[in-house]
Ligand binder design. Structure first.
Ligand SMILES: CC(C)(COP(=O)(O)OP(=O)(O)OC[C@H]1O[C@@H](n2cnc3c(N)ncnc32)[C@H](O)[C@@H]1OP(=O)(O)O)[C@@H](O)C(=O)NCCC(=O)NCCS
Length: 169
């Protein structure tokens, strides 16, 4: 699979991840997240391989100017048949130097395409209430808030809400 998305004169290409992307994706994972978007404790659990949680087949990667600059992890939300057709984005991150170029948008478009090809009816995700960039991004791509969980997490001294967002395919 490969999708092209032009943002001005900048080209972003999306493809399925391969094992060789491990190092580049690990570097993104170590630097992309902060307390407004992720869990500081998670950074301490990061291992030497990006693909320790799930393999390349669960990831779409974006390239810009020949470099891997972002990823989206797309998985089945439920392991049982009644929940089949609901996918979940279990991670989306873009390297700082490639932000606001349409990289995440290209990854979300590719996830929508893949979801439809797989016959899915819905893509869901969780986002911190504090993560304004991601919330705007998802809203722009047709995701709506399905639920709010107030005071769900204590992050650096502040209680924050977790939002459930989803898009129907
Ligand atoms: C959120 C994130 C994935 C966005 O990636 P990106 O490639 O910069 O996003 P795009 O360039 O595709 O942006 C598309 C739209 O999203 C919104 N958006 C993205 N970043 C934004 C920001 N910092 N502030 C406000 N809106 C923003 C805008 O509407 C933007 O369109 P515009 O640039 O024409 O205004 C990136 O900032 C990131 O990796 N953040 C850390 C990890 C994270 O929060 N992941 C999501 C967890 S749920």
């Amino acid at each position: 699979m490969s999708d092209d998305c032009r943002s001005g004169d900048q080209q972003v290409t999306v493809r399925r991840a391969v094992e060789e992307d491990d190092e580049a994706l690990l570097a993104i994972e170590r630097s992309a997240w902060d307390a407004s978007s992720g869990f500081p404790s998670y950074q301490e659990t990061l291992q030497d391989t990006f693909f320790s949680r799930s393999g390349p087949e669960a990831h779409l990667v974006a390239e810009h100017k020949g470099a891997v600059v972002g990823y989206l992890r797309l998985q089945d939300k439920y392991p049982f048949p009644e929940g089949a057709g609901v996918l979940t984005i279990n991670g989306l991150a873009v390297a700082h130097e490639a932000r606001r170029l349409g990289v995440a948008s290209a990854l979300l478009d590719a996830a929508t395409t893949e979801g439809r090809l797989r016959g899915a009816r819905k893509i869901s995700l969780h986002v911190h209430s504090t993560n304004t960039p991601a919330r705007r991004l998802y809203e722009r791509h047709g995701y709506i808030v399905e639920g709010t969980h107030p005071n769900e997490f204590l992050i650096e001294g502040d209680y924050i809400a977790a939002l459930d967002m989803a898009k129907m395919l």
